[in-house]
Design a protein around this ligand. Structure first.
Ligand code: 13P
Ligand code: SF4
Length: 324
């Protein structure tokens, strides 16, 4: 298949989720990125919140934070471009210390990662000297380095229970901690961080949605407030959401999470009506075809983590990956 034919076939898949005026520029970037990946022996890891042209156009691996961390550990390439936010690029680097890991835009942070510092964790350690500290993967490597084990929204309950203790501290997402606490007998002491996107969903919105769309299925990410999750039909990480949709094929569904996730799921499931959520993550949206192309052309921005931080942070991620 020629490049032109490949782009025409891709556009056919994406025509409902990309604006036609933008496609010519996107196709040029996708063709260039595909060539750069070959030239540099590079792969693109893309989070489920990437826009469809990134997700379907240039990604080699897609998934939730857990899948990206796991897959990053198995990459036999020279260069990994992380199409996601900064903590995801750091996690990829922790798992691939000898490879070049590129973050396309250093401004692509995360409100959860920004709401806790290593000093905060040390203060928690002083306050709760006997309790293990679990860090959500949405934190800096420096915070992970102070914690005992990492978790993601896809495995948080399993990680909490794997420690075999009656009480744990979990940072930084208060809502994730509260949502997990409802599913386990382990007492979870939370930190007070929130995702600036998911915290905006409110229970009244669910009631209004159910009135407006008869029979709609509502799926909420566990970063949503507990009173939202309690009213949803299912809650799980971004991959858990996709798997649930693939298994249950609801007729109308709304994924209460970042907006692009629904665009990508709608491409994969054309027979399902995805009611689009209103919110998108401003940090994830900084990662574009243009920034990925620039990253590969200039080989920037390379993630570097000093070993004094990387070694304990890696241990926290590896402990998580080892929990079956
Ligand atoms: P997942 O691990 O579920 O993909 O979530 C990551 C994230 O940042 C959600 O806001
Ligand atoms: Fe962070 Fe929220 Fe954006 Fe996820 S959606 S990357 S938790 S700010």
């Amino acid at each position: 298949m020629t490049d032109h034919e490949a782009m025409a076939a891709l556009y056919k898949r994406l025509e409902k989720v990309v604006v036609p005026e933008a496609w010519e520029g996107m196709a040029a970037d996708i063709t260039a990125i595909r060539a750069l990946k070959k030239e540099k022996n590079a792969v693109v890891l893309a989070h489920n919140y990437m826009t469809p042209e990134v997700y379907f156009g240039v990604a080699d691996v897609t998934g939730d934070s857990l899948a990206l961390a796991r897959e990053a550990a198995a990459m036999q390439v020279d260069v990994i471009v992380c199409a996601g936010v900064h903590f995801m690029a750091e996690t990829a680097k922790l798992m691939n210390p000898s490879r070049i890991v590129l973050a396309p835009d250093l401004q692509a942070g995360c409100s959860l990662a920004d709401c806790i510092t290593p000093q905060d964790v040390r203060a928690l350690r002083t306050k709760y000297p006997d309790l293990p500290i679990i860090t959500y993967v949405n934190t800096s490597a420096a915070v992970k380095a102070e914690c005992d084990i990492c978790c993601t929204s896809g495995n948080a309950k399993k990680i909490v229970e794997s420690l075999g203790v009656p009480e744990v501290v979990m940072v930084p997402d208060e809502y994730l901690a509260q949502n997990v606490a409802r599913q386990t007998s382990v007492t979870i002491i939370p930190w007070h961080g929130h995702c600036e996107v998911h915290e905006q969903y409110a229970p009244q919105e669910i009631a209004a949605l159910r009135r407006a769309h008869q029979g709609i299925t509502i799926i909420a990410h566990p970063e949503c407030p507990p009173d939202v999750v309690a009213q949803a039909d299912f809650s799980g990480s971004t991959v858990n959401m996709s798997d649930w949709v693939a298994a249950h094929h609801p007729r109308h569904v709304m994924l209460l999470t970042e907006r692009s996730m629904s665009d990508n799921a709608a491409v994969d499931h054309p027979a399902i009506d995805f009611v689009r959520p209103r919110l998108s993550c401003p940090y994830m949206k900084l990662i574009t075809l243009a920034s990925i192309r620039r990253a590969l052309e200039t080989m920037t921005y390379s993630i570097e983590i000093e070993e004094a931080i990387a070694a304990p942070a890696r241990r926290a991620v590896e402990r998580m990956v080892a929990v079956k």
